[in-house]
Design a protein around this ligand. Structure first.
Ligand SMILES: Nc1ncnc2c1ncn2[C@@H]1O[C@H](COP(=O)(O)OP(=O)(O)OP(=O)(O)O)[C@@H](O)[C@H]1O
Length: 277
């Protein structure tokens, strides 16, 4: 891991509410997290705990009702929707969703999808293609697939393209919201390996999942979200081997990917190898 200790993301006392005034409901409460360059932080929690809301707030897709968000040193807390759009377009912060079709234009060949953010940034087409291809190779996508439409790829291949697309602008921070949840076990392990490799590249990653097993081998630190609050944040190995908060203990004790009979032996072995590497 290469980290210079400088926070790429600083979130302090974040509050998010949903709903109109009288039925206003608090979904995130006093959430604080800081992520440094080259660091991967896993955010885990059960369904409805507020994981996606956290991601959406950091991407400016939902408005925070309180607290502060600093991205690469810039206070974005009071940004207007237009400023947020400009920030996302600059490619400083990128995202990968569970369903890669959400981040890829179904009518654009994948190579075009990949170079689009670079063209928006003013990079010339020739250089954009070169850089795009380099990232597709990095996520181990066969060059004969570059001209295909997203619908002509498998789910795992599409997710590799989405990861390459997130990387191509060399962002400071990538937020991955359940990036492997929809994949079969072979593709899941493939994407986890790629994410692990990224740790050495200086990019900060936030890896959101309900599944501790997926996060375990990739994250340096783990933050456990419970009913809209981080109840435990710490070194991944420490949280996994000796969780302190009762809810974290429950999560660790029932981590499905590491324990369930539904997970194949090959998947469990591969995850253990990642965990021990
Ligand atoms: N746009 C919205 N308007 C109102 N309530 C919402 C909205 N989006 C999410 N919620 C509610 O906020 C809470 C947190 O949702 P969120 O999607 O952040 O949870 P999550 O931890 O990502 O869950 P999952 O793992 O199922 O995706 C849930 O109770 C959800 O119903």
């Amino acid at each position: 891991m290469s980290t210079d200790g400088r926070p790429v993301l600083e979130v302090a006392d974040l509050e998010v509410h949903y709903g109109p005034r009288r039925r206003r409901r608090r979904v995130l409460h006093g959430v604080s997290l800081s992520v440094t360059r080259g660091e991967t932080v896993g955010v885990i929690g059960e369904t409805g705990s507020g994981k996606s809301t956290f991601a959406r707030a950091v991407l400016g897709l939902v408005r925070a009702s309180g607290g502060r968000i600093l991205i690469d040193g810039e206070d974005v807390s009071r940004y207007s929707p237009r400023q947020w759009r400009a920030l996302r377009r600059r490619g400083v912060v990128q995202y990968v969703f569970q369903d890669p079709l959400r981040s890829l234009d179904p009518d654009l060949p994948i190579e075009e999808s990949l170079i689009e953010p670079l063209l928006v940034q003013g990079v010339g087409r020739k250089e954009a293609i070169e850089r795009g291809r380099a990232y597709l190779a990095r996520v181990r996508l066969d060059s004969e697939l570059f001209g295909r439409l997203p619908g002509e790829l498998s789910g795992g291949q599409r997710q590799r393209v989405a990861v390459a697309r997130a990387l191509v602008t060399e962002p400071a921070l990538i937020i991955l919201d359940e990036p492997v949840s929809a994949l079969d076990s072979a593709n899941r392990v493939g994407i986890l390996e790629i994410l692990k490799e990224l740790r050495g590249a200086g990019v900060a990653l936030i890896f959101i999942s309900h599944d501790l097993g997926s996060v375990a081998g990739v994250a340096d630190r783990v933050a456990v979200l419970y009913q809209g609050e981080f109840v435990e944040v710490g070194d991944a190995r420490a949280v996994i081997s000796a969780p302190r908060h009762p809810y974290a203990r429950l999560l660790v004790g029932s981590a499905p990917t590491l324990r369930s009979v539904a997970a194949s032996r090959a998947e469990r072995d591969a995850l253990r190898a990642l965990l021990n590497a």
